[in-house]
Every structure is written in C-alpha cells, then in structure tokens.
Write a protein that binds this ligand. Structure first.
Ligand SMILES: Cc1cc2nc3c(=O)[nH]c(=O)nc-3n(C[C@H](O)[C@H](O)[C@H](O)COP(=O)(O)O)c2cc1C
Length: 221
C-alpha cells in the first residue's frame, strides 16, 4: 500500500513525466558522480526486485574502478557509457541452481522470519524440484537470467524517478566480460550504465521517444 508520504510526492503525473524523461543515454557527463544516498537507493532497489520463489539467482557487480572499466570497454564494442557514466552495473545470473542454493535460501527465510525450518520442508522440496527440472531440462540459464532482467527494470525505473540517467545494454561480449571479471559460477547477461546525461553531445537526447501506440501493445479483455 502506498504511504501517505509517497502519495504526496509521487503523483501519477510525476511517474509518467520521469518515464518519458528517461532515455537510453548515449553520452554521459564524465565529471558528474551519483551521490552516495542516491546510489544506496539504487542498490537497494536492485535487491528488492522480485524473483521466482525469491531465490535471487544473480549478482550485481557495481564497477567504479576506471581501469577496470577501460578494460571492459572494448568487450562492449567501445560504447562510451561503459567508461563515462558515474557507475556501471553488470547483471550476472547464476549458471545453475543446486540443492545447496535452495537450502541457503531456506536458511535465510528462517533467519529473517523466524519460521521453524521443519515448517518449510514442503516448500523447500517444491523449489528443489523446480530447480532440478530446469537444470535437467537445460533451461536453468534462461530461467535465472530472466530474473536478472527484472532487477534491471527496477534499476531503470528507480533511476528515472531519482532523475538519474541510465542505459541498459546487451551490446557486449559476455564471455570476455566473464573472463575480465573472473566470473565462473555466474555469467554477465546485461549491463546498466548510470549517471548524468551530456545532452549537448548526445545525438539521441533531442529526439522524440518512439513507442508503438498503446492500442497495439495493450489488449483489454
Ligand atoms: C535489454 C536491452 C538491451 C539494450 N542494449 C543496448 C546497448 O547495448 N546499447 C545501447 O546504446 N542501448 C541499448 N538498449 C537501449 C534500447 O535501444 C532503448 O531502450 C530503446 O531503443 C528504447 O529507447 P529508450 O530507452 O530511449 O526509450 C538496450 C535496451 C534493452 C532493454
């Protein structure tokens, strides 16, 4: 339920204004850095994203080290947001899902909610069954990577509401990213650069947002 404070500050108009304001920024102002307060909000938004069963089979690598970002840039076809935005987030999904992963998650439920472990046995078995089915069926990587995209969506929306620019990116070589970042159990699947637009030097900044008409996308039944 929306809090009173939220209702005052976050009107329907504000939300739509910010979502229209955001765009996949191509050019960032290198000199502008996101405040700690805003960054913490974005990180928390990432962790609050929903995932199937709540397992969160992913990691978010927040990269601010300029040398590391220079190294990654060629593996993202030289896209300038990789080095120029204030922050770079690599979304990496877990390449498998084991019984141990499920048990780790159940341990966390027990820790947070104080639920007796025995009360969760049936739920645990359902999750283990789903994970096994996905591993045996060869679709675990698809399943887990989909979860990571939900977090990407949360980041993009939250950034827009905070007045921060962000660029979602799939234009990179995952194998090269994994090697540079030392990822083995996880694999990079998407990126987000976040920072402040350099509108004067961004060809996309003045162009109208292109979207299909609502009627083509939304079917009301
Ligand atoms: C999954 C995904 C991957 C994308 N990859 C890139 C990319 O590699 N480089 C880039 O400049 N934009 C990338 N984009 C941005 C899209 O081109 C952009 O979101 C789309 O054209 C809609 O425009 P808007 O975001 O400015 O409204 C990507 C967007 C998504 C959602």
């Amino acid at each position: 339920m929306q809090t009173e404070l939220g209702k005052e500050n976050l009107t329907n108009e504000t939300i739509l204004e910010q979502l229209n304001w955001r765009y996949a920024t191509k050019s960032y102002d290198k000199t502008k850095k996101i405040s700690n307060e805003d960054w913490e909000t974005l990180e928390t938004a990432l962790t609050l994203a929903p995932s199937s069963f709540g397992i969160q089979p992913y990691k978010f690598l927040v990269i601010t080290d300029p040398d590391l970002r220079e190294k990654l840039k060629p593996a993202a076809y030289g896209q300038s947001p990789i080095t120029d935005a204030s922050h770079l987030v690599v979304f990496a999904y877990k390449k498998t899902l084991t019984d141990a992963d499920i048990e780790h998650f159940v341990d966390r439920i027990v820790e947070v909610r104080g639920t007796p472990r025995e009360a969760l046995t049936e739920y645990e078995n359902i999750m283990k069954g789903s994970a096994k089915q996905a591993v045996d069926g060869g679709y675990i990587e698809i399943w887990n990577s989909r979860q990571a995209y939900i977090a990407l969506g949360f980041l993009l929306e939250t950034a827009a509401l905070l007045g921060l620019d962000a660029t979602p990116m799939e234009g990179f070589d995952a194998a090269q990213f994994n090697e540079i970042l030392g990822l083995t159990e996880y694999s990079a699947v998407a990126l987000a650069a976040v920072g402040y637009r350099d509108a004067a030097n961004d060809w996309l900044a003045p162009l109208a947002k292109v979207r299909m008409p609502n009627a083509e996308l939304i079917e009301r039944l």
